[in-house]
Design a protein around this ligand. Sequence first.
Ligand code: DX5
Ligand code: ZN
Length: 217
Amino acid sequence: MAVQINPSILSADFARLADEAKAVEGADWLHVDVMDNHFVPNLTLGVPVVESLARATRTPLDCHLMIEDPDRWAPQYVEAGAGSVTFHAEAAHAPVRLAREIRAKGARASMALKPGSPIEPYEDLLPELDMVLIMTVEPGFGGQSFLDIMLPKIRRTRELIAKHDLDLWLQVDGGVSAATIERCAEAGADVFVAGSAVYGASDPSEAVRALRDEAAT
Ligand code: DX5
Ligand code: ZN
């Protein structure tokens, strides 16, 4: 299982996004948190910023949509240049149709679960997806503490992926740091989002390397 590290620009300086994206060019993906102030109590950025970012960096964009009605909006993020689009299971009206549309437009389709949402009801949907995102904090803000009680859900999701013999990535997001990444990897995660642990470091690209080493051990 190859380890991937996706820095979250939520913890970057929004007035210098192009430079902040370039500061982590050794990363696998750039994680872009889209929040609409309805699905979560915070507001960040939308399609025009994703379009500009896609032009500003060679790192592919991993857009995490924390928004209502992703069925309506997600395809626009693919058109804006995202290589992966994650919608929340709690917000999607027709997740299978949405995942198919994201894939048909040429991006990887991914579904996220908030801490209170179990994976089991979505077992049959897994073949439609390229990635599952298990939130390890309540979505909305960077810099929160990692929720250890999510580890069994990560493990369970990895078991379901193996049971169905799927080539699915398993992403974790929230409170991932040098102190917690090993636990996530051990539970079966292979894609790691890190906001404050990367952009809070004096050398963000070194922080990416350090996280990659920690996860691989
Ligand atoms: C939170 C976002 C995360 C956030 C993670 O709702 O989805 O991507 O940026 O930040 P850290 O790594 O600081 O917890
Ligand atoms: Zn995120």
